[in-house]
Design a protein around this ligand. Sequence first.
Ligand code: C2E
Ligand code: CA
Ligand code: CA
Length: 395
Amino acid sequence: MSSAERILVIDDDKVVVEIVSALAKAMGLNCDVTRSPESFFDLITPETSLILLDLVMPEMDGIEILRLLGERQCKARIVLMSGINIRVIETAKKLAQNLGLSVVGHLQKPFPLSQLKDILGANLVPEAPRAKEIPQIAIPDEQLLQAFERNEFVIYYQPQISMETGRVTGVEALSRWQHPELGLVFPDNFISRIETLDLMDRFCWITAERALNEVKQFVGPDGFLPRLAINVSVSSLRDLKFPDIFMNLAKKYDFPSERIVLEITESGLIEFSLALDVLTRLRMRNFQLSIDDFGTGYSMMKQLQNVPAIELKIDKTFVMNMHANHSDLVMVEKIIEMGHELDMEVIAEGVETEDQYNALRLRGCDGVQGYLFSRALPPAEMVRWIDTYRAQHVR
Ligand code: C2E
Ligand code: CA
Ligand code: CA
C-alpha cells in the first residue's frame, strides 16, 4: 500500500470503528472511519484502496452499499464484517463479486484483533485482481464507437464437453476486442460499456452473425455440428422481435436453431421475469436456452420452473472453490439436483483441475467447460484443438 492509499471503515458499532482505526494507525496506515452511510460515500476517494464494511446497519444495510459501490465500479478491495451467520457473509460475497467488486476477506464478529491485523497486513501489499484476470481499463466512448465502425470485435471459442461421452458437444462464443493499441481486450472491459452506450442490440447481431459464420469450421468429418452457445444480454431480450430476427439470421446461415443455445444470466432473468413471452417464443422456434452463472442470483429458485430452459450452467466461482469451501460444494450438488429435477442438463464452467472434473462427474454433472480442456481460442486455433482432441477421443 503506497503512502497515499487509504482504508475506509463503516460500521454503526462505535467500538469496532475505534478499534479498527486505532490498529490501522498503529500499523502506519491512513484510515477514515464513519458510522453513517451518507458520509461513507463522501469519504470514498480515488486513494481508497481498502473498505471494511459492516453488513448489518440500521440506516442502510451493507448489501445496499455493495450495490451502490458496484454501480460506481468501485475498485477498492472490500472486507465484509458481520456478526451474522457465515452463510450470509458468503452470499453477500458472491453478490459483491457479481457486481464486479473485489471482496478480499471477511471478519465474523466478534473477531480477534490478530485476525483484523492479518487482514490489514495482507492488504499492505496490493494484490493482483483475483476474480477477473484482466485489470479493468477505462475506455473512452469514441474508441468503443470506432470499434464498431472498424469491425474490431472478434470471437474466441471455448469447447463444451459431455461427461458421458467425452466428446465436444458445443462451443461457447466469447467476445474479445482486438484493440489497435491495447491488444486483446476482454469482455469485462467493454460489455457493460456497450450496454451503457445503448449499443447492445447492434453488438448482439454482429456477434451472432460472425459466430454463425465461423462455427461451420468446427463441423467434424462425420458432419457433426457442435452447438453454438451465445451470451445474450437481457436488454436484447426486451425486444419482442428478437426471436424472429434471430430466426432469420439462423436461416441466412443455414444453421438449425436447435443447435443454438442462448445463454442468459440468472441475475438477468430476475430482472426479466415480466417478459417470459420472448423466452417462450424463442423456445417455440427451437432455440435452446441456458441459464448462465447459476447460483449467483438469489430469488431465481421459484421462477426457475417457469423458464423454458434446457440447461443450467453452474457459475465458475462454485466450481473453483468446491474443494476449499464446503458450502460451495453443497451448492454444486444442489444445483445439479435441482437442474435434473426440472429435466435440465447441468453444465459446469471454470473446470480447471482433474479433481474438480472427477467431483463433478461423481455428482452427475452432464457437461463441463474450462481450462482443463481449453481456454477460449480464436477460430483457426479452435479448429486445430478440436481435430487433436477428436483424434485422441475416438471411441
Ligand atoms: P461467462 O458467460 O460466464 O463466460 C465464462 C467466462 O469464464 C469466460 O470469460 C471464460 O473465458 C472464462 N473461463 C472459462 N473457463 C475458465 C476456467 O477454467 N477458469 C477461469 N478462471 N475462467 C474460465 P470471458 O471470456 O472473459 O467472458 C466474461 C463474460 O463476458 C462472460 O462470462 C459473459 O458474461 C460476457 N460475454 C462474453 N462474450 C459476450 C458476448 O458476446 N455478449 C455478451 N452479452 N456477453 C459476453
Ligand atoms: Ca456464458
Ligand atoms: Ca460465469
